[in-house]
Design a binder for this molecule. Structure first.
Ligand code: 5GP
Length: 191
């Protein structure tokens, strides 16, 4: 998605060798026009796919998932919650996710009320790095018996192995920009 790549080059900031800051337009301040274009691009890439739920993880995925839902006939958005004190009472699907940016492990839950075996799910997130967040979401969907129709991420960091991991599981993964390398002075995309 050329517009997105241009925006990353213009406003993205590489902090540390492996973290890209895009908080001026994607995940702190939000550019609604860009979100709309991102959502339309996801729609184009999954155009003939029947989706009944959009699934993401709090917090940065929620806005993108909502924008995407408008393109998929207002399919409900459900987001997995990160929690510190877990009391697994049978009412929730549960998994664990190691956070790449925060270097810690979260328990992640999703109410059983909001996902079941009749659902056809599109998973959405802002970044794909080592794939832990996405694998956690896939695990939750598998636990529910729902069908994973695909996964869409805005930015995949191709130098980390998350994309390979998810694709090797047979999941239809679409990344709108795949970064092949980045330093504080240069950033290259995969074509
Ligand atoms: P993963 O679980 O694939 O290693 O990392 C995915 C999650 O970590 C994303 O949901 C995102 O919030 C965060 N993340 C990973 N890499 C980056 C990055 O370079 N920049 C930002 N802003 N967030 C990242």
């Amino acid at each position: 998605m050329e517009l997105l790549k241009e925006r990353i080059l213009k406003d993205g900031i590489v902090i540390m060798p492996d973290i890209l800051k895009v908080d001026s337009f994607l995940n702190h301040q939000i550019d609604p026009t860009l979100y709309r274009q991102i959502a339309q691009e996801f729609k184009a890439r999954f155009k003939d796919t029947k989706i009944t739920k959009i699934l993401t993880i709090e917090a940065s995925g929620i806005g993108i998932a909502l924008a995407t839902a408008f393109e998929f006939d207002d399919a409900p958005v459900v987001f997995a919650k990160k929690t510190q004190s877990i009391n697994i009472d049978g009412e929730v699907y549960h998994t664990k996710v190691e956070s790449f940016t925060h270097k810690r492990t979260y328990d992640v839950i999703l109410s059983k009320k909001f996902l079941n075996e009749d659902d056809h799910v599109l998973i959405i997130d802002d970044f794909l790095a080592n794939g832990c967040a996405m694998l956690g979401l896939i695990d939750l969907v598998k636990g529910s018996g729902a069908t994973i129709e695909g996964a869409g991420v805005v930015i995949e960091k191709g130098m980390q192995n998350g994309g390979d991991l998810i694709r090797s599981q047979g999941v239809h993964l679409e990344s709108l920009a795949i970064i092949d390398s980045m330093t504080d002075t240069s950033l290259t995309f995969r074509n």
